[in-house]
Structure formats: C-alpha cells, structure tokens
Design a protein around this ligand. Structure first.
Ligand code: FES
Length: 402
C-alpha cells in the first residue's frame, strides 16, 4: 500500500480520531476485558518488578554469636510463585510490625542471583545491633516458617560495566560485607565479568563474616582476591590496622579501578578521607547507601532555637492521623512509631519511595541526605525518611502496597 505523503496530511483529520474511536468503543460487544495482569508483557513486568514479595523463612544459620543468616523462599500460598531476579549488590526492604509500630528495614541480599534462580532462596545476614530495634526483633522472633513481606530487589550498588572499571576494589567492615558476598559469588558463577579485590576490616578473624567462604573463593576463583585487615591483635600473614590509601594502593591493580565501599558509618568517615587522596575519577567511587539519618542538629545549616516537638498531620488514603513529632526524629520514624504504615525502602533519601507532598509547614532536610529532584523542590515534595519538622506539619503520604 502506498504511504500517504506527509506534507499532504491534513492535521484537522486527526481531530476525527477521538470521535471515531469512541464510536468503535460504543459499538463493541460488552464482553469483560481480560485482567491487565493476564497480558504477557504485564506478567513479565510483574515477575521482574513485583510491587510486593511474600516470602517465608526456610532456614536459619548462626554465623557467629551476633549474626544469623535467614534463608527466605517464595511463599506460593500467599501469591508469590518465584523470587524476583536481582543484580548482585541489591537489597530488599522488609516490612515489620513490632507492637503498635509498623516499619520497614532495608537489608542487602547476601546470596547470589544464581542461588535465587537455581536454589530458590534469598539470604539475608543480619547482625544484632544493641540499639537496633529491627535486628533484635528479627533475631528473637523469626523462626522457620515465619512469613515475611518484602519489596522487589532495589538499589544501584551493583557492578555496571558501562560505568565501572573492570577491576573493582571493595572496601568493607563489619556487617557491611553482605553485598560483597553476593558480588563475589556472582563473579565466581560467571554472571559478572569483573575482577574483585575485597579488603575486609574487622577487629579479629573471628569477627570477619563469611571468612572461610571468602578464603575458599579466593583459592578457586582467579578473579577474586581476599585481604583481611585486622585492627585488633596482629595475626601473622594478615594486614594489620585500618584500610588506608596506602593499603588500597598496595593491592589495587595497575591502571583504572573502581572502589566500592560498604560498612559502618565510622568506617565511611575514615575511609572516605583516605580515598580522596587517591585521585580517582568520581564515577569510580561507589558507595552503598549511607544509612538512616539521625542527628540534624549537628549540621551547620540547622536553624537555631527549634522547639523540641511539633504536631504532624498525615493524610493517607482518605484517612487523617495526628501525631506528636519530635524535632530530632524523621517524619518517617514519627509515623512508624505512631503505628502509621508509611511507604519506605532505602530510608536514606535515595530511592524516592517515601516521596510525599508537604501540604503545610516547614521541614529540614540535611544536604547529605537530600536526594530530591529539582521538580520535587519546586512542587513541595519531601522525603519523610530524612525530613525533620521545624513547625507543625501536614503531609500527604501515599499508602503502602501490601
Ligand atoms: S525511603 Fe528511600 S527516599 Fe525515603
């Protein structure tokens, strides 16, 4: 069929399209259309990016006196047939109901993508933190068979060959090593094409999580090198002290390399200054999320003389909640403590999942945790996970998908 010449088209003809379409719709039989989820592209989209994953605990392993690994499998009874695929280095966000509180916590997937595909589990390795409400609750309450509601896999702490150098130096401490187990195993499985050097800082060998596994991987996988850095009693054959720029230079390969960093806040404070002296390009320095923000008053631009607490009004799905909001607590924490299930994944200002509209009032967002886009600032949107009240506040919050 000959194509019409574009310059012969009359733009006014397009105005007839909507009435013509409406006539066809009116003349169509009144059969019910198939559910949107039954279309093949939607099935694929839902499998890759489910709004929610229903899981259950299949196995629990004690890693050390403070740390347990929880193996989670799909809970078909609740509607999750299989685990969503992920990239090594991503996390899932878990929803928890603790007493009257309704909260979420992000945990890195310590298992590899292949373990999810072939063995049917995600592994979360959770270290008990003394003042960690969620880690204590999970360790004390999750049993084999416990049902868990989780998000799809999220986060960008992943190896990306278009951006990252092929050689990656991974700097870790304490429980921050979990995403590196996933990345190391994905390299050994042949699913990631990178060369990895893991510098793992711990007080002693005993406190180095997955130590035997990393040593075994280093023996069997030519693309993975493992270096213990012990800060306590020196151990023969191991590095002693902290992870400094000199130590990174000692193990980094010739030429370009990317640095991936994940560990406790104290480690970031030290290691970031060391890494700054290496002269690497900015895109080659990759951080896992910095974690939840707790102390706004320490920021230089935090206003003086802020009242200790305010009134927070939350509008969500046609309901309204009124809560007392301490000035030093994020609006997300205030909602969770008040039993309002608010959407959140990363809790660090990065993912945008808690994105809410500030209807009235004033909040403080620390610059280091402000991941909002220009449009959010113009149209009055905030991230409650890192917004602190400076006055009485009213916010519109989307409901959680459960
Ligand atoms: S939970 Fe990710 S930005 Fe707030």
């Amino acid at each position: 069929m000959a194509r019409p010449k574009l310059w012969k088209l009359n733009p006014m003809d397009f105005t007839k399209m909507t009435p013509a379409r409406n006539e066809k719709i009116a003349a169509a039989p009144a059969n019910k259309l198939p559910e949107a989820d039954s279309y093949h592209p939607n099935k694929i989209a839902n499998a890759l990016h489910p709004k929610v994953q229903y899981l259950k605990v299949a196995k629990i392993v004690d890693e050390d006196d403070f740390t347990k690994s929880f193996y989670l499998e799909a809970d078909a009874e609740k509607g999750t047939e299989s685990l969503a695929w992920f990239n090594a280095g991503q996390y899932i966000s878990i929803r928890l109901k603790i007493g009257d509180m309704s909260l979420s916590r992000p945990y890195s997937l310590a298992s590899s993508p292949r373990e999810a595909l072939e063995k049917g589990y995600y592994m979360l390795t959770i270290r008990r933190v003394d003042d960690g409400l969620a880690s204590r609750y999970i360790q004390d309450n999750w049993q084999v068979g416990t049902k868990v509601t989780a998000s799809e896999p999220l986060g960008v702490f992943t190896y990306e060959p278009l951006r990252d150098a092929k050689n990656i130096v991974c700097v870790s401490g304490g429980g921050g090593v979990t995403p590196f187990r996933s990345i190391a195993k994905a390299i050994a499985d042949g699913d990631e094409d990178a060369n990895m050097i893991l510098l793992y800082g711990s007080d002693s060998i005993k406190e180095a999580l997955f130590n035997d596994e990393f040593e075994e991987l280093a023996r069997t996988c030519p693309n993975f090198k493992y270096v213990n850095v012990i800060s306590g009693e020196p151990v023969e054959g191991k590095e002693h002290g902290f992870i400094t720029a000199d130590l990174i230079r000692k193990y980094a390969p010739e030429g370009d390399y990317s640095i991936f960093i994940c560990g406790p806040a104290a480690m970031y404070n030290f290691v970031d200054k060391e890494i700054a002296t290496l002269g690497l390009r900015k895109k080659f320095i990759r951080h896992e999320m910095f974690g939840e923000y707790f102390n706004p008053a320490k920021e230089a631009d935090y206003p003086a003389e802020v009242a200790p607490e305010f009134k927070l009004t939350v509008r969500m799905a046609g309901k309204e909640y009124t809560l007392t909001a301490p000035a030093n607590q994020s609006l997300l924490r205030t909602m969770e403590n008040g039993g309002v299930a608010a959407p959140a994944h990363c809790r660090s200002g990065e993912c945008g999942w808690c994105h809410s509209r500030l209807v009235s009032g004033e909040v403080y967002t620390p610059k280091s945790a402000d991941g909002r886009r220009e449009a959010d600032l113009i149209y009055g949107y905030i991230h409650p996970c890192c917004a602190f009240p400076l006055s009485d506040v009213v916010i519109d919050v989307p409901p959680v998908v459960e």
